[in-house]
Design a protein around this ligand. Sequence first.
Ligand code: NAI
Ligand code: MG
Length: 492
Amino acid sequence: MQRYDMFIDGESRAPATGQWFPTDNPYLGTPWAEIAQGGPSDIDDAVRAAHRALHTGPWADLTASARGALLRRLGDTIAANARRLAETEVRDNGKIFTEMYGQLRYLPEWFAYYGGLADKVEGSVIPIDKKGYFTYTKKEPVGVVAAITPWNSPLLLLAWKIAPALAAGCTVVVKPSEFTSASTLELVRLFHEAGLPPGVVNVVTGFGKDVGAALVEHPLVRKISFTGSDTTGRHINQAAARDFKQVSLELGGKSPNIVFADADLAAAANGAVSGIFAATGQTCIAGSRLLVQESVHDEVVRRVVDLARTARMGDPMDEHTQVGPVTTPAQYAKVLDYVDIARREGAALALGGKSATRPECGNGWFVEPTIFTGVRNSMRIAQEEVFGPVLAVIPFRDEDEAVSLANDSRYGLGAGVWTSDIGRAFRVSDRIRSGTVWVNTYRAVSPLVPFGGVKESGVGRENGIEAITAYLENKSVWINTGAAAGNPFVMR
Ligand code: NAI
Ligand code: MG
């Protein structure tokens, strides 16, 4: 079995614990590689390496323009290795190759975008309101960044963090998910082959409670960028508060996909299906609540059920497969649990509702695309994140009720609006409390467009120009150009 070591200070390192743990292939339901099980001393080594690289050596000496050029080279490296990296991701998290390869081919754009932004970070000269001063601001890297990532799109979500962090001049310690560490280790090795200096990006693998917690608590870490569950996000936010570290958190969602009677219903049905069954529903922006106007409810349900029924399941590496397995046994059990919960709450099962036993699914952790109708928004199936292929359909009467149902959630990450009425598109987009609203489309993301959540979906934004400010601190400099300081007891 293949064995993966950690990557610290520019080199592969065996873990201080002397232990490796297996990582599974969700399609086969068996381990395919071993991952170094790091401990707190590995975290300490990695953070110290990152701290050294921040202040001394080649990285600290690079101009912003040179950093930008290096970032673009890292993007080229991803492009040259996209297929192999995508295959590693599919082997490790079971998502379909078509989607992971698409992500990997798009990933260089994050390095091009933030590479271009690196030397456009400017301070300002302040027309100061006191005589005899020259006062300016400049932006500096916040310091060592902890990037903690989940298993659903390991490299995409890592790029959202490290591209702006490196553009800002920060150094990084990555803690990938214990379920999908291999692709991150492969990527960071490739980055070093492309000329990334030692210590700038380090990877410590292992479990959240050991290495994740030690990383969050390390005093030399100044910023934590996390994507994952709201439960872990809460822990991290509290731990970070102890020594005032900055945090950005991208957490869960229970995103509404709202279909009005005036919508193109065929397009809306496509959007509803891709919103919840793409990525096997394992995405923070899954459109897991389908709100449908009463007059078209039955027709939309029929269309969505008919489409979902045709989903081809099986080997995620096969380009014809449309729905892959669930990534972990725990996630598999959790999804099936929620099917039971929904049934007990009185929701009506319109499709699926069980593990998939089709021959193409082998021993993998597959769940049939599942659709519940007759859901009330107060039910757990409408309020809690399942993170799997389970759709809850909720009827509504009019625009006001649609908006109020959409907003009746502790989350606020994404939302879809399907309508052919331009006024309604603007009105409803305005009234929905979420970080993103998609009108007559769903799940589109780009390095150019800010992404993140309100309420319990998180804190801060990734992507777009402003995301780089999450990795910068402002410094204000006052130069006395005039008289020597006078009365020592009075502030000037
Ligand atoms: P998680 O939130 O526990 O894991 C995410 C990352 O945080 C992993 O790298 C993990 O090792 C790390 N971590 C865990 N505990 C930590 C701690 N105390 N300190 C620092 N780092 C820690 O998510 P998990 O267990 O993989 O999945 C559980 C549920 O989370 C899923 O069922 C799903 O509902 C949700 N989830 C949401 C995601 C999203 O994109 N919003 C992504 C992955 C999971
Ligand atoms: Mg795995």
